[in-house]
Design a protein around this ligand. Structure first.
Ligand SMILES: [Zn+2]
Length: 329
């Protein structure tokens, strides 16, 4: 039997130990090369694109530069204008955080991340969500195309209602009026041999416009027997599988979409415990990215997430929060 990819030496191309052995200068060089690959790591002014800049690092502090253009004079650091803007920890620690995050294949508990890095929970929380935001920037706009096959499926998350202790006090939690209203549906579109694209909706029927706008016409869509998908027959060639009868029949199955939910559900049960509310989409995007890059060596994954974070604009969700959390320490 062929060896599983994750057991092979090829899957381990960068260890946490080697990241932690890096000097801060080595980490800076690596971040500079990731941020400015076109100049081989030479800083470029983020405001005007000028290469004429001078060093204005203060003492032994983090590297800073100022643009030499008279009308610009922008001052910036390695992370200015990126997801890791206003970084407070040494850059090596960000690389370590990305390494720890990537090495867990189903997801990383944010409490465990705070213990690994020796930071407050809030710091680990924001950092983990920024890494998820970086992964989200890697999601394609559309899925499929002429001759391609994609699968769609939905899964429900959040809104758990704890049953009463005594049997006579318990309510039928299947009934709409006894639900919390916080339950949300993650709908995933996954191309066979291609990319994964999740979205969050109230239910499967609410996802139809998302599917229509993201799945290119000409794609063959596989879906289960849920009635919500019936309206899609007007636009796509559909293959339906009735899961009451079989998981796969006559070539129709949604097993690839189910693999995504398997990973996401294991992350929920084993690491996050509670994936719900406004952050549900981020957890779904994280699971999708992990699923799509599961056969990439860990060093490549770490580099890819760092690159995405350095290319992404500052977080819209966690601006300011990060600095406040760090300053209180
Ligand atoms: Zn400039």
């Amino acid at each position: 039997m062929a060896q599983h990819f994750l057991k092979s030496a090829a899957s381990r191309s960068l260890s946490l130990a080697s990241v932690l052995q890096m000097s801060e200068t080595e980490a800076e060089t690596l971040f500079k090369q990731v941020r400015w690959p076109e100049t081989n790591g030479e800083p470029v002014c983020p405001s005007c694109g000028s290469l004429k800049i001078y060093d204005c690092r203060r003492g032994n502090g983090a590297p800073r530069w100022r643009c030499a253009q008279k009308e610009c004079k922008a001052e910036f650091s390695i992370t200015s204008g990126t997801l890791f803007a206003f970084h407070k920890m040494p850059l090596r620690m960000y690389l370590a955080a990305v390494a720890v995050f990537c090495n867990e294949v189903k997801g990383k508990s944010m409490l465990a991340l705070s213990r690994d890095l020796g930071t407050q929970y809030k710091t680990a929380f924001v950092l983990a969500h920024k890494m998820r935001e970086a992964m989200a920037h890697d999601m394609g706009a559309t899925i499929g195309g002429e001759g391609k096959t994609a699968e769609i499926d939905g899964g429900y998350f959040g809104g758990y209602v704890k049953p009463e202790n005594r049997r006579e006090d318990r309510k039928d939690r299947r009934l709409y009026e006894n639900r919390s209203g916080k339950r949300q549906c993650v709908v995933v579109i996954r191309e066979r041999g291609g990319r994964t694209l999740p979205g969050v909706f109230a239910n499967e029927a609410a996802a139809l416009n998302f599917i229509r706008s993201r799945v290119v016409t000409g794609t063959t869509l596989h879906a289960d027997e849920a009635g919500a998908w019936n309206d899609l027959h007007a636009r796509y060639v559909m293959e339906r599988i009735n899961h009451q009868e079989a998981y796969s029949a006559n070539g129709a199955c949604t097993n690839v979409a189910e693999s995504f939910f398997s990973r996401m559900r294991r992350g929920e049960i084993g690491h996050h415990h509670h994936v719900a509310g406004p952050y549900l989409i981020r957890f779904a995007q994280e699971a999708a990215w992990r699923e799509d890059h599961r056969r990439l060596a860990n060093g490549e994954q770490i580099k890819a997430v760092t690159q995405l974070a350095m290319k992404a604009p500052p977080s819209t969700e966690f601006r300011g929060y990060w600095q406040r959390a760090e300053k209180r320490q």
